[in-house]
Design a protein around this ligand. Structure first.
Ligand SMILES: NC(=O)c1ccc[n+]([C@@H]2O[C@H](COP(=O)([O-])OP(=O)(O)OC[C@H]3O[C@@H](n4cnc5c(N)ncnc54)[C@H](O)[C@@H]3O)[C@@H](O)[C@H]2O)c1
Length: 324
């Protein structure tokens, strides 16, 4: 039985509680949240023990789940890792690059498992393409959200775009060559909308747009590679593939087109999207990495790499930001 304690039971923390309760071989030992109103609600609804200090909850569990605001991630994670406890921590891994690097070093020294909460890796629409041979040369990404004051203590880059940065780094197996970016602080003190171009050493170019001041929502990534287009709709959980038809492609909608190099047959397919809950899936994956002693699917290194690119983007925007 894996004993788990949850730190922070606000908006996302409650989803984590619900999902931990559904996983087998897990005992929720309690939670810590300094906000009395939030804590009383949770104690009543979940019949779960409230701990009044961070250390006693860390001592009581095998694994901590950190769903507190980002500026509290480091202190809780540092203490837990030093006590040999496994850590699941929401994205972004930490508040500063220095903190993130320290967490990577501590995790390596202690040998515990650390998973970062880049939940889109477990989005069913993304899971549907994980076995495809992906080698995109052009990537177009849109992540648009309606305005919500929650999360606005950080820029749209660390709040929203970091999800897509992690997804792209997990697909493109090449180092970042250059980044250019622009952002505008429309409603808050930090960029609320941004456009970023990332060039990789292998020639791949990713063009990302993130906004938290949109009238409608969108979370889409489009991958273009030799002979194929792959679209992943994270919001509506749909995936589509349009590619040159190969002999093994049966039961697909196909049509012929004339090109300058002759007739080509195009196949269109919608891969089966698994019916899974992404948060439950990421917590299950974390649990399995502990029980089977395997590397977490989204490790501390992945968390650090996503932050590194996000911070490079913020530096570029520093020169280009237009505060209203
Ligand atoms: N993966 C995702 O898609 C996603 C989505 C939303 C938020 N997040 C991340 O989850 C974290 C929490 O976000 P949220 O939207 O739930 O915020 P929230 O403000 O709704 O909840 C945060 C809770 O943490 C509590 N808290 C404050 N200090 C604490 C401390 N030292 N220890 C424990 N709890 C503390 C607060 O009282 C509050 O109840 C942030 O890091 C955020 O970036 C991730």
């Amino acid at each position: 039985m894996l004993k788990v304690g949850v730190f922070g039971v606000g908006h996302l923390g409650k989803f984590h509680l619900n999902n931990w309760k559904e996983l087998s071989d897990v005992e929720l030992v309690g939670f810590y949240d300094p906000n009395d109103e939030m804590a009383n609600q949770v104690s009543d609804k979940y019949q779960l023990k409230r701990f009044y200090d961070v250390e006693s909850l860390i001592d009581a569990c095998d694994a901590v789940d950190v769903v507190a605001p980002t500026n509290h991630h480091f202190a809780i994670c540092e203490s837990a890792i030093k006590k040999g406890k496994h850590v699941f921590v929401e994205k972004p891994l930490a508040n500063t690059m220095d903190e993130a690097r320290q967490l990577v070093t501590l995790t390596k020294e202690s040998g515990v498992k650390l998973q970062t909460g880049h939940v889109e890796r477990f989005n069913p629409a993304f899971l549907a393409i994980k076995d495809l041979s992906l080698n995109p040369m052009f990537i177009e990404v849109h992540r648009l959200a309606e305005f919500n004051p929650r999360g606005t203590e950080v820029s749209v880059i660390l709040d929203l775009m970091i999800h897509d940065i992690d997804i792209i780094l997990s697909i493109v197996k090449s180092d970042v060559k250059s980044i250019s970016a622009s952002g505008v602080a429309v409603m808050t003190e930090t960029p609320d909308i941004a456009n970023v171009r990332i060039e990789f050493n292998n020639g791949c170019v990713a063009n990302l747009t993130s906004s938290r001041i949109s009238m409608k929502k969108m979370r889409k990534i489009r991958l273009f590679q030799k002979d194929a287009y792959i679209g992943v709709d994270f919001l509506n959980k749909k995936t589509e593939i349009i590619k040159l038809k190969e002999p093994e492609d049966t039961n697909v909608f196909a049509f012929d087109i004339e090109t300058t190099s002759g007739k080509k047959t195009i196949a269109m397919a919608n891969p089966t999207v698994p019916e899974v809950n992404a948060i439950k899936e990421e917590l299950l994956s974390f649990k399995n990495s502990i029980l089977n002693n395997t590397r977490p699917v989204v490790s501390e290194i992945d968390g650090l790499m996503a932050m590194d690119v996000a911070h490079q983007i913020l530096e570029k925007i520093g020169n280009n930001v237009i505060a209203q």
